[in-house]
Write a protein that binds this ligand. Structure first.
Ligand code: 9MR
Length: 569
């Protein structure tokens, strides 16, 4: 199928919810409003009006107009928005709009599993592959992985988990935030009465039918790996978590997981990784308790040991230079990871030692900053603000909730100031910018849960509009969703662009997005001079704009589940 041409009327190419906001952006330097028509599939005009002139937009470098057709409440497929004789891509208006994306964005994690054969009957034709990294030749790991020189003198079984991204490394910092968001999407949905949609037999995973919600089955694949990354009792730095396991050298593109012949190595434990383990294992203990008490108690024990180890080794920092064969995931400030872990342990146990750790942290009084893999305090704030029964004083809890709604108000005002409603500023287009859009949209959705105010839900949904096509490039960043969707994301197995015998990324795969830093050779060669929001190319070589990653698909899946819930406006 030939890619659709870029058009100046920019819509969510998937569509709109009947009870959600319906806005579009038009690229035009006209200084007077433009007439617009909403046409149904038969070409009949079902709504019309005039645009609002927005003028120059810094992030996209474009002159824009806004169209608001939110007054239209009909449903159907094949709508187009026509402005000045130019039609948008066709889109749907449907309350079932996000049902497919909810499943596909979550199924991404099954497709990224290490240490298990991927079944084409579940993953889709072309996506099956033998298990990777179980020590079957030519693989050398991950069942008995040695440390890098000088780090340890034993081997550890660290099989399983999810490959991080387009590479086949597995990083505890990053695995942590990703699995937290997957589990949190379930915890949130359960509070909203929507857990059935994430329940047993809702996903294409091998564990379907086992009586446990599939989202939790999927997350457990990663949690079991994180637990294996903990230094065993009796070893130096016991209770700490190894920072990461990956190949000694970067592998070429493509490299099928089962054909990776590089030596796998464990890298030195870090305080950040240990606190990622403490936080996610504490969350695990809370959320899995009703389904598997033994697993929940194993999680809690690991979380306590990790917390104690981090307290005993509070400043073991992973260096930015350790990036041969895998990403560094360096972090020079672990105060936010301490806060997050304390919050999860408090919410799970209610113990005063963790309450003291939360309330004595300088971060407890600070504004709710945007979260990402290197900054996790707001994950802790979300847990404190939303999990029922957290034993903090009522006024303190109200204050934490207020920090989150204040952050959400900030994202709304950032959105309102731009031609494309994006909850990041013009200077925020860094590596993985799409994940920052999605993470900030998660905060908007949390503010909706806390207050019931529709403007927050609208902000979360409009953030999805940006990711699905209403943007500087007229592009959906999610494979399989939209007329002009990314399909050549950087990946060693879904490398169709380099090898026609391999598949494209599966539907629901989320590109990292525009990165004004131009941090790879393809971006440097093709994107010189780009406006920040246009610094993106759908080329497999552009890993700094077009990779997939577990910590990026996680907020997309979280949001898709939120958007798919039927909520009356
Ligand atoms: O998401 C990470 C981004 O914040 C960093 O700027 C970038 C460079 O260090 O690394 C990104 O993470 C990559 C990781 O290092 C290796 N696996 C792929 C990840 C996504 O590109």
């Amino acid at each position: 199928v030939a890619a659709a041409a870029d058009v100046p009327v920019r819509v969510n190419q998937l569509g709109y919810l009947p009870d959600g906001p319906k806005r579009a952006t038009v690229v035009s330097s006209a200084t007077a409003p433009l007439a617009w028509q909403l046409r149904d599939a038969g070409g009949t005009v079902v709504a019309s009006g005039n645009s609002t002139v927005r003028g120059a937009d810094r992030a996209s470098g474009q002159s824009t107009h806004l169209v608001d057709f939110g007054a239209y409440t009909g449903t159907g497929t094949g709508f187009t928005l026509v402005v000045g004789g130019q039609a948008s891509h066709p889109f749907d208006i449907s309350s079932a709009l996000y049902d497919g994306l909810r499943a596909d964005s979550m199924s991404f994690f099954y497709q990224q599993r290490s240490g298990i054969a991927i079944d084409a009957a579940l993953a889709g034709s072309g996506y099956g592959r033998p298990a990777g990294h179980l020590g079957v030749a030519p693989n050398k790991g991950d069942t008995g992985v040695p440390c890098q020189a000088g780090v340890c003198d034993y081997r550890q079984d660290v099989r399983g988990g999810w490959y991080d991204a387009g590479d086949q490394g597995k990083y505890v910092v990053n695995g942590g935030i990703a699995v937290w968001q997957v589990v949190n999407s379930f915890e949130r949905a359960r509070r909203a009465g929507g857990e059935a949609a994430l329940g047993d037999s809702t996903l294409r995973v091998p564990e379907r039918g086992n009586g446990v919600p599939d989202v939790l089955d999927e997350a457990r694949w990663e949690l079991d790996f994180l637990l294996r990354m903990q230094v065993p009792a009796g070893r130096p730095m016991e209770g700490m978590a190894f920072h990461k396991v990956h190949d000694a050298q970067w592998t070429a593109l493509p490299t099928r997981p089962e054909l990776d012949d590089q030596q796998r190595e464990l890298h030195k434990p870090s305080t950040a990784a240990t606190l990622n383990l403490a936080a996610t294992a504490a969350q695990c203990a809370r959320v899995y308790a009703p389904y598997d008490a033994a697993f929940a108690s194993r999680c809690l024990d690991a979380a306590r040991r990790a917390w104690a180890a981090a307290r005993a080794n509070p400043n073991v920092l992973a260096p930015g230079t350790d990036s041969t064969g895998g990403g560094a995931y360096e972090d020079a400030d672990v105060s936010d990871e301490f806060y997050w872990a304390a919050a999860e342990l408090l919410a799970t146990t209610g113990e005063s030692q963790f309450r003291d750790a939360v309330t004595s942290s300088p971060l407890h009084a600070k504004p709710a900053d945007a979260f990402w893999w290197g900054g996790t305090a707001t994950l802790g704030r979300i847990t404190l603000a939303t999990v029922p029964g957290v034993p903090l004083a009522a006024d303190d809890l109200a204050r934490v909730r207020g920090l989150l709604t204040t952050a959400a108000d900030g994202y709304l005002s950032t959105m309102a100031g731009q031609g494309y409603a994006v909850p990041i500023p013009a200077d925020g287009y860094v590596w993985g910018s799409n994940s920052q859009v999605a993470n900030n949209a998660v905060v908007l959705a949390v503010a909706f849960e806390l207050t019931g105010a529709q403007r927050y839900r609208a902000g979360a949904l409009e953030s999805l509009d940006y990711l699905l096509g209403r943007n500087a490039l007229d592009r959906s960043y999610v494979t399989g969703y939209g007329e002009r969707a990314s399909e050549n994301q950087h990946h060693r197995f879904w490398a169709h662009q380099n090898d026609a015998s391999l598949p494209h990324p599966p539907a629901g795969s989320f590109a990292g997005g525009p990165n004004a830093g131009l941090e790879d050779p393809v971006a440097k060669a093709q994107l010189a001079g780009c406006a920040p929001a246009a610094c993106y190319v759908d080329d497999i070589g552009s890993y700094s704009t077009n990779e997939v990653a577990i910590n990026w698909n996680a907020p997309l899946a979280w949001l898709a589940a939120f958007a798919a819930e039927r909520k009356a406006a």
